[in-house]
Design a protein. Structure first.
Length: 158
């Protein structure tokens, strides 16, 4: 897996890309999606949903930009996938749905389009992992050969 690592300074200024490439990552198993949300009073374990073998495989990557006011703006870039916010909680359709965004393995939100703002309070000093998964309309997680379709970016804060 190729990781993209971004560093940001005290004022939230972009310092540079430390590692190479972009992550079109598949996690090693859907079990890695399990997140303990007990401290938030919410359970967010969603079943895997395999992408049909006769369709193009969706991919996701994301970019993070420091926000001048607070935190980071996340741009989610997909291929062979359509965001369908009007279809949430309906029957899944091939290569459609929404995404979930995680910071340090804690689910932060559902995302219904290509931009999302992450406030600074979700990050600690040092290295943080921001992960985006592709999810179907019923919230199941899109997978290929059992691997979750996801993108992970490391953000280093002072």
């Amino acid at each position: 897996m190729i990781m993209t690592k971004l560093s940001f300074g005290l004022a939230g200024l972009f310092l540079g890309i430390i590692a190479t490439g972009v992550t079109f990552a598949y996690l090693s198993s859907a079990k890695e999606m399990d997140v303990d949300m007990s401290t938030m009073g919410i359970d967010h374990q969603h079943p895997a949903r395999p992408v049909s073998s006769d369709l193009p495989i969706p991919t996701v990557t994301h970019l993070m930009f420091p926000d001048a006011m607070d935190g980071y703006n996340v741009q989610i870039l997909t291929r062979n996938f359509t965001f369908t916010p009007a279809s949430i909680n309906r029957t899944p359709a091939a290569n459609e749905g929404h995404s979930h965004i995680y910071v340090n393995e804690t689910k932060i939100a559902r995302v219904y389009g290509v931009w999302y703002h992450l406030p600074a309070n979700f990050f600690h000093s040092g290295e943080n992992q921001v992960r985006v998964t592709l999810n179907a309309n019923d919230h199941s997680t899109w997978t290929v050969e059992g691997d979750v379709i996801a993108s992970t970016v490391s953000v280093v804060r002072p």
